[in-house]
Design a protein around this ligand. Structure first.
Ligand SMILES: [Zn+2]
Length: 448
């Protein structure tokens, strides 16, 4: 099958028109009607799908391009005879006034990154899901899988998680989940990641915790020796099943001692399980040398974050979108170096404190000097990736490329990597190489 560039450009222009129209309709959505959250969700999902399609179209490669196209910049001079640089039309450049969005995206994708707030189930590709369902005797068509991901509301979102969890029938299946995660990390140049693994549902389904951990750790070590990608696991003890279940999960974690299993997280429905109920779980974890993080202030107010940082002493907070309502809390988190794991797309989906990207508090937090890390939360489910999360900061929140370098650096220092300076040196060297390749000269003193 072949198509012409004209067809592709026509499709891109239709996408642009549709995205503009959807954004216009979304902005007219009344704020506090019962149907607003699910409509918001459906608008955002459609917009994200279209933008991802646009990126995929612009990324399409040409087989045997004509030489005048592949040697664009050199032959341009020959064709125009333009020797005087001042007179030559401005080529697409990151240092220019208006670099093309495609160039910025390519640059952001090539930059090395870390990601520390993402859920394993939400990184599994649809291809892997199809394979697992088939392998486990319940084959599904691509359309049936697509249908599952076409959710309209929060309930549908939770159903997708269950759908992914149900693809796992035995501990060895988790190796495929880690493999899928690895593909995601590679395609976004993520060198180091910390990933939430929520065992509660798997244990309910009869799987053994130790066996699951062994499978994942073995796969993680294979990947590390293959290409150096570093994956660490934070076990989500979960607030959805109550404190007793969380303590049981913690005890399971304490029994396994692999350097890849670095700590615990508190995820799940925030309003159903306030952080303060889990203070004891966090205390035991902390005293046993585990790292601790909590989702907080995503669905509840700043008081919930206060509980997470003071009663649970969580070392990082996931989301914290409601912290902006309390300047004292922002100051406390800054003074105590408690990073926020920012997940812009996810917060717009949830729609509780952030209704569109332009209003996300990440700009305010950054300007206030809060330590931050940029993340996707649930890349496959929201149809986003880390490259695009950074792009959103550039496109909607006025972050310059140099500020993005700074965010990448903050992201490194927000990790629990054993030697953050060494990790930053590695990341910094690659940022310099990528910048050189793209002809971009950084202006901020983030890089040494
Ligand atoms: Zn999360």
């Amino acid at each position: 099958m072949s198509t012409t560039l004209k067809d592709i450009l026509e499709r891109v222009s239709i996408i642009d028109r549709d995205v503009t129209e959807l954004n216009r309709l979304k902005s007219r959505l009344p704020a506090d009607r019962p149907y607003s959250p699910s409509l918001q969700l459906s608008f955002d999902k459609q917009i994200n799908n279209l933008l991802n399609e646009r990126i995929a179209l612009m990324d399409l490669g040409l087989i045997s391009p004509p030489s005048w196209l592949s040697l664009k910049s050199e032959s341009f001079e020959v064709l125009t005879g333009a020797k005087d640089e001042a007179k030559a039309p401005e080529p697409d450049s990151l240092s220019g006034e208006h670099p093309s969005e495609q160039l910025v995206l390519d640059f952001l994708r090539a930059l090395p990154k870390t990601e520390i707030h993402l859920h394993l189930e939400a990184c599994v590709s649809k291809k892997t899901l199809k394979f697992l369902y088939e392998k486990n005797g319940n084959p599904l068509t691509e359309e049936e899988i697509e249908e599952k991901f076409n959710f309209k509301d929060l309930m549908g979102f939770i159903q997708v998680f269950f759908f992914v969890q149900s693809s796992v029938k035995e501990p060895s299946d988790l190796a495929y989940l880690i493999e899928s995660l690895h593909d995601y990390l590679k395609s976004n140049n993520i060198l180091y990641s910390e990933v939430f693994f929520a065992p509660s549902k798997f244990i309910q389904n009869g799987l053994d915790f130790d066996e699951m951990v062994d499978v994942m750790v073995r796969k993680i070590r294979d990947i590390k020796s293959q290409d150096g990608t570093d994956i660490r696991i934070l076990v989500d003890v979960s607030r959805s099943f109550g404190p007793e279940n969380a303590m049981n999960n913690l005890n399971r974690v304490l029994k396994v001692r692999h350097p890849e299993i670095i700590g615990i997280g508190l995820g799940g429905a925030e309003l159903m399980g306030p952080a303060k109920d889990y203070a004891e779980v966090f205390k035991v974890a902390r005293e046993s040398g585990l790292r601790t993080v909590a989702h907080s202030g995503e669905d509840d107010g700043p008081w919930a974050i206060w509980d997470a940082v003071t009663l649970c002493k969580a070392e990082r907070i996931g989301h914290a979108t409601s912290a902006i309502q309390d300047p004292e809390l922002v100051k406390y988190m800054k003074d105590n170096h408690i990073p926020i794991e920012i997940c812009v797309t996810s917060n717009v989906f949830t729609g509780k404190y952030v209704r569109k990207e332009q209003n996300h508090p990440v700009r305010y937090y950054y300007d206030q000097g809060l330590p931050l890390a940029i993340n996707t939360d649930d890349p496959v489910i929201f149809n986003v990736n880390l490259t695009y999360e950074y792009f959103k900061l550039y496109r909607f929140l006025d972050f310059s490329l140099d500020e993005i370098f700074d965010l990448i650096k903050q992201g490194v220092y927000a990790t629990f990597a054993p030697d953050k300076d060494a990790l930053w040196k590695q990341v910094e060297a690659r940022i310099k190489t990528v910048s050189e390749n793209f002809g971009y000269k950084p202006k901020l003193p983030v890089l040494t």
